[in-house]
Design a protein around this ligand. Sequence first.
Ligand code: 4GP
Length: 828
Amino acid sequence: MKKHTSTASTGVTQINTEQLKDQIIRHLHSTLGTDVNKASPQAWWRATCAAVNEQVYDGLRNTQRTHYENNTRALHYFSLEYLMGRLFSNNLHNLGLYEQAKQALSELGLNIADLEDQEEDMALGNGGLGRLAACFIDSLATLNYPAIGYGIHYEHGLFQQSFQDGRQIERPDSWREYANPWEICRPESVQEISVYGYVETVYDLQGKMKKVWHPGRIIKGVPWDIPIVGYNGSSVNVLRLWESRASDFFNWDVFNSGGYIDASRENIEAETISKVLYPNDETDAGKELRLIQQYFFVSCSLKDIIRRYKRTHADDWSDFAKQVVIQLNDTHPAVSIPELMRILVDRAEMQWDQAWNICQQVFAYTNHTLLPEALEKWPVRLFEKVLPRHLEIIYEINRRFLVEQVDVLWPGDNEKKRKLSIIEEGHDAMVRMGHLSVVGSFRVNGVAEIHSKLVKSDLFPEMVALWPDKFTNVTNGVTPRRWLKACNPKLAKLLDDNIGSEWPTDLKQLSKFAAFADDVKIQDAFIAIKQQNKADLANVVKKLTHIDIDPHAIFDIQIKRLHEYKRQHLNLLHILALYRRILQEPDYDMVPRVFLFGAKAAPGYKLAKEIIYAINKVAEKINHDKRVKNRLKVVFMPNYRVTLAEKMIPAADVSEQISTAGKEASGTGNMKLALNGAITVGTLDGANIEIAEEVGDDNIAIFGLTVDEVKALHANGYNSMDYYYANPEIKAILDWLETDYFTPGKPGELAAIKRSLLEGGDPYLVLADFESYVKAQQKIDQWYRDKSLWAKKAILNTASVGKFTSDRSIEDYVSRVWHLEKCHIRRD
Ligand code: 4GP
């Protein structure tokens, strides 16, 4: 066999294939305690991870030392979710070691893809918000910005999904059951945090009043660090995740006094905090545990930040806001605002104004959704029980805000005060976390142009009147390293060969690819790659679902959380319309199409689960109906997650982005799919609008009501019944769902969708957009018939979406919000 001895072109330490092989074997022996003759794939994978970690830790050490020496200002990203996926191939790619590793493993008789499959997804997030956080920390490290991500070290990530007779079944996800090779426990940085108890007002000898919080429970936060390797860069930043444990001190007392059971209960209760990720997406969990989770991680993180700051500044707070900026990823970490106030006022004994001044220079807040049910509110009585001192502080923040800001701009206007108050009055008073976030931050941003506009006009118009400069936009982005280079290596190579290899860190370079849109050779190459990716996906589909799909059909893909506003049921209605046309017209002429879905529904979200069930039942019928003659196939992929996305996205011809206009804040799947040459069927919503601007109207199939039209329709009284009676196709399809055609012997099993669209009033205007959706789909069918035309459109999609790299999003945050300096890492 030919010896491959090339060295990595970039990365932290130069290393060649031979050295890598030696390292892997050394770790097989000394870290895993096994031998080449009997090592399992799992052991080989762990040994390879350990070898990779040698490079990672070099970079980590150098990065931390350089940041310390330069006393850098750093970003602290506070997020309850990080949807990381696997790290193995990502770390290899970012270190520039992927080809070496592939070669080294092959010389050892192993296939790198098999080892990749040994890794569980790190699914510590629900959907877009969590995946965005993962892309952002990749970009921050790649761009050499000092940054640290803070979150929770959940024992169980997002549930694993399977289907039983078409219905979603949830099982716990145990991503680190046998330990995770990428994380490092840091006992030296353990924190203790307090909850419950009561507040005492005391007076010192001078008669000065002080508030003393006597906590009811103390919980230990144990940090686990995951190194985040920048691409080609020398920076290795850290994602620090907190695990909850019972405080030793508390536990020991109880234990000593004979309370073994009580001590174990304390343990269990404490550990429950970081036990599970709430599976809700965009809805408020409404649980005491969720509030404690939020407080637990922000309190640990703030103490960690302050400990680091004090190392160089002792008790001098004057530079704190120069050194520290904290991004609140949605309102979930908003309790950090009163927590920092508590630390400054109660512990550091600072004057309120001075403390508030610091707070207002440190926090910035990103809003990710306008859905009313997702805007977090916590009952005042819950706050009082869990965080009594914080509630007092929130009252004081609110009092000052209403007197010093609201009443000055709108003197005597009680209606304004009621609307803007951080406390929503009522028989069950609530703390409005969105209001708190806006009041306590120096910047507020939405995640796409239209969304940021709506944040200002519909969500917080008065706050804009108070602080016009506070509001800004940062359109989301995705890392092209994971979402093109690593997941679509063939397309990545075609790009390298034709436009050079700078695009992974300078995505605007993709525009050079537009020059090849009419080049027949490139079109053929592009189509051949897509075809191969589709064949690969067909194999995955066969393995997971036993369904045969034809790689020559159009692969039409909708992958995202299951939610009414995302309208997977609109997609389903279109599938039913096609099926019905085929049955009515046996020679119905259409390009064969495979509709692929991937989506998890929150376990408590009934209609979402009914939609999954209906899609699965319709799929079963269509896939077995000979009359269809393979023109239609429907596949619901089980357990959709980052790793599955990496297989589906490179194989997509069509990208379904069909939310009701005004509801999808941005979307990021839309960006990944366009980047990989899929053509979007989409509404003018979220970042679809910006994608359309970039790719041009000819290369996207836009349909449906606009945001203004949606508002007007609602204002004038939308009646979905009008569409039901006016359009015979709609009527026939909805009535069909009520029969037992798809669920033999069980009529009405799929009726929930019809009910929600008719009796339920169709809140997301599915029926109003149906006709125009069908037309857009016909356009896709027409375009696809002309191979060269399709290839051109697909190439132009890839070539035109350079804007949507998360590197650009990060640079926007840096210039509009964070004001960081790049820090070039000195190697030892
Ligand atoms: C999501 C939004 O729904 C999606 O449009 C956006 O692209 C993403 O955040 C990142 O900004 N929101 C959530 C959530 O995932 O839990 O609110």
